[in-house]
Design a protein. Structure first.
Length: 318
């Protein structure tokens, strides 16, 4: 099996390590334009390194695009022209401005997007045990103190921001759980605190199936020690589910705690462990049948919703 990785930063290295652990027989090629980094990596990484892809004309079994979002579409076009068989792109697939990709929809069966939180055992438990038709409302949030000083480069531009980088994960989870990507924006607002873009975003929405959705993303919250993803789901039969990456807590209609499912209760065997089971299961799914992996259409729906949220700022529906 031949795998090509574009970009060898944190995510490229993570996916390489997992894939190499799953199958040491994989032949890796890496496109990394930073020549100094490339020379250093060659000494420790069993892969062929290239400063660009100009001589890579033969198709690959799997290609991973882990570059900044501004480069996603340009690289994707090259991979499609080369005939690569499976293409994995890190979220949020070009950012919120990438909403029209009609010219590549014919390739949607080979394009997969890296929304890794889908693979969290607690999320998989929710997906299996909660009927979307019984969901009354869902609240999604991300809290951290990630941005402590003004970012530079692309991370202080239109391809970054708390909504693009973190909120997109939560929006994808909500669409995945409720099985509905048609949402009407009722209100939204954003705030720039440290960066020149969105550091805080909140919104209220309603799905086509009439589920109330609320979002709150804040990566400049100084009292938060560790980043927190969370969902809170109210069901029509009176139960509340509080969900994070470690556990699901269930409460009855009067607020009594009735059940807890922790990630340790959902332990499963995985072929290689790095950064939690989520990342490993994502790569296993990529090499396998892509049963959980976010699709091209899923990713475009997230992008369209993010664009609407930012555009609709301070224009609540009357």
């Amino acid at each position: 099996m031949k795998i090509l990785i574009y970009g060898f930063g944190r995510m490229g290295l993570t996916h390489f390590s997992i894939l190499n652990g799953i199958n040491p027989e994989i032949q890796f090629s890496v496109v990394e334009p930073n020549k100094i980094l490339g020379r250093l990596l060659k000494k420790n990484i069993n892969a062929k390194f290239y400063a660009d892809d100009s001589i890579l004309n033969d198709s690959f079994d799997v290609t991973l695009i882990t570059t900044p979002p501004s480069m996603h579409l340009q690289i994707l076009e090259k991979t499609l022209n080369r005939g690569d068989k499976k293409i994995f792109i890190e979220k949020p697939f070009g950012g919120h401005s990438n909403t029209e990709s009609n010219d590549i929809l014919k390739y949607k069966s080979v394009i997969h997007i890296g929304y890794v939180l889908r693979f969290n055992p607690c999320i998989q438990w929710v997906k299996k045990h909660l009927d979307p038709s019984n969901i009354k409302s869902i609240h999604g949030q991300y809290l951290s103190n990630t941005i402590e000083k003004r970012p530079t480069g692309w991370r202080n531009g239109a391809f970054s921001g708390v909504l693009n980088e973190m909120g997109s994960h939560v929006i994808d989870l909500i669409q995945y759980i409720v099985d509905d990507d048609q949402m009407e924006i009722l209100s939204s607002k954003k705030e720039s605190v440290i960066s020149d873009i969105d550091d805080i975003v909140e919104a209220t929405l309603k799905t086509k199936s009439n589920i109330s959705v609320s979002l709150y993303f804040n990566w400049v919250k100084k009292d938060i020690r560790k980043p927190v993803f969370g969902l809170e789901i109210q069901t029509k039969d009176g139960y509340k589910y509080s969900i994070d990456q470690q556990q699901v807590n269930k409460y009855n209609r009067i607020g009594d705690h009735v059940e807890q499912i922790s990630v340790t209760d959902l332990t499963e065997e995985i072929p290689f462990y790095l950064r939690g089971v989520d990342f490993t299961n994502q790569m296993v799914d990529l090499l396998g049948k892509q049963e959980v992996m976010a699709s091209l259409n899923d990713a475009l729906a997230v992008n369209k919703l993010m664009k609407k949220i930012l555009k609709n700022e301070n224009n609540p529906r009357r």
